[in-house]
Design a protein around this ligand. Structure first.
Ligand code: AMP
Length: 185
């Protein structure tokens, strides 16, 4: 386990660019490409996540499309474990199972391959879920439900940023423990 200092958290937050009014008016988009392009910030973040999870028994890391793929796959390689992509519908080529969730207007869906968690060859494999950011929490809650529905067990959901004013973590916490590296009020 590793705890980031206040200075380290500030350094990471400063490495993430705020883009106003993207993708629509009134949204401040947290652009993590600037963190990925900063080798000190990206390494500090990945070192922190590695130390947090290196002694946790994990069979898979599941990343949510698309920024969850970047952090999830990098962490899986460091921890010498397996990576599973959770994608938007219609993207995965083999047979899938999916979970719908509500948006402000309409519904969205996340999907995984039906055999995504079978390669380890044991019942109820342990899965860590990763995405870059919690906004309303809808995507991550659906992803946790999907992991659990597929016969695996989501042991924690991990995020780089939690937009705490939206309280999206409250919904996810009903389904699994939540860890976020950085909080934005
Ligand atoms: P939600 O389901 O509302 O928690 O939305 C989470 C997903 O939307 C994550 O995959 C984020 O990458 C993306 N997202 C939502 N709001 C933002 C934001 N302000 N900045 C960057 N990404 C966002």
């Amino acid at each position: 386990m590793h705890i980031l200092s206040h200075e380290e958290k500030t350094f990471l937050l400063d490495a993430i660019r705020n883009v106003e009014d993207f993708p629509k008016q009134g949204i401040i988009f947290k652009d993590i490409t600037t963190l990925l392009g900063n080798e000190k910030a990206f390494s500090l973040l990945m070192d922190h996540l590695t130390l947090r999870y290196e002694n946790v028994p994990l069979d898979y890391i599941a990343g949510i499309e698309s920024r969850g793929f970047i952090f999830g796959a990098a962490l899986a390689a460091r921890l010498k474990t397996r990576f599973v992509p959770i994608r938007k519908p219609g993207k995965l080529p083999y047979t899938t199972i999916s979970e719908k969730y509500s948006l402000e207007y309409g519904v969205d869906e996340v999907a995984i391959h039906i055999d995504a968690f079978s390669s380890v060859g044991k019942p109820k494999p342990k899965v860590l879920l990763i995405d870059d950011l919690i906004a309303t929490g809808g995507t991550a809650t659906a992803a946790v439900n999907l992991i659990n529905k597929s016969g695996a067990q989501c042991i924690e959901a991990c995020f780089i940023i939690n937009l705490t004013f939206l309280q999206g973590d409250l919904d996810i916490k009903k389904a699994t423990p939540v860890y976020s590296v950085l909080e934005v009020n």
